[in-house]
Design a protein around this ligand. Structure first.
Ligand SMILES: O=P(O)(O)O[C@H]1O[C@H](CO)[C@@H](O)[C@H]1O
Ligand SMILES: O=c1cc[nH]c(=O)[nH]1
Length: 239
């Protein structure tokens, strides 16, 4: 048992999927894992372990934002020994070439957060594990998915004035999409000797000005239409 997870040692598999939304974790467990057992209900942050293609696999929500992810990713890697962590989330596009429901792999995270500014004598570059990144990219390509890898922004803010201008500034430096937990995941994984990858489905475009303004995907569609990404995440996390 850790401070925020009630599981016993051994209840959580070395490979774990991490959606932000705990309901999405429940959906994945109920629809993709064989014989899922719930290992966490603390704070409603559901976590399950079952079998995927014969191997132990876990899935757990992380909540929204860097502090929430940092707490869960730290406890999972430091206290429960998780070794392969794949976040599957939603994101807003900064790169105008991205379309709704495209899949983005976070190769590295730029960030507005200061979480790492005071723990090292320089600036830490939070990046994906190369093996997971390479595997996810090639699996995605082989499946004919629209999949992209690049620098992504891990933002403390979701609501920002004049989002098109903001998005353009990051896009000018090659930052392709924005989410809110990636830096925390990569930092905890690096610190505690685990491999991590963030993959995201684009649910909002932030370009504006040319008619391609924000076009959201409904919560129901987000839930149902993430199937390609769920299957990609499971096959990436599996050993
Ligand atoms: O869909 P999830 O994984 O929650 O990810 C994205 O969605 C939330 C904002 O709506 C933030 O957590 C952001 O990172
Ligand atoms: O623009 C967006 C959309 C979803 N999630 C984010 O973090 N940003």
């Amino acid at each position: 048992m850790s401070m925020h997870i009630e599981a016993k040692m051994g209840d959580i598999a070395p490979s774990i999927l991490l959606p932000g939304d705990p309901e999405r974790a429940k959906f994945i467990a109920e629809n993709y894992l064989q014989d899922p057992v719930c290992f966490n209900r603390v704070r409603g942050m559901y976590g399950y372990t079952g079998l995927y293609k014969g191997q132990p696999m876990s899935v757990m929500g992380t909540g929204m934002g860097i502090p929430s992810m940092l707490i869960y990713a730290t406890e999972l890697t430091r206290d429960y020994g998780c070794k392969r962590l794949v976040r599957l989330g939603t994101a807003g596009a900064f790169d105008p070439d991205l379309k709704l429901m495209d899949i983005v792999l976070s190769q590295a995270t730029s960030t507005t957060s200061a979480i790492n500014d005071y723990i090292l004598p320089g600036h830490f570059a939070a990046c994906a594990d190369f093996e997971l990144l390479d595997k996810a990219y090639h699996l995605g390509r082989d499946r004919g998915l629209r999949i992209f890898a690049g620098n992504t922004l891990c933002n403390d803010h979701l609501y920002i004035d004049d989002k098109p201008a903001y998005a353009a500034k990051w896009a000018a430096y090659g930052v392709i999409a924005s989410e809110m937990e990636g830096t925390a995941l990569y930092t905890a994984a690096a610190r505690y000797g685990a491999k991590a990858l963030t993959m995201m489905s684009i649910v909002v475009t932030n370009f504006g000005g040319d008619g391609s303004h924000e076009g959201g995907v409904s919560a129901e569609d987000k839930e149902k239409n993430l199937i390609d990404m769920i299957e990609l995440a499971l096959d990436t996390a599996a050993q």
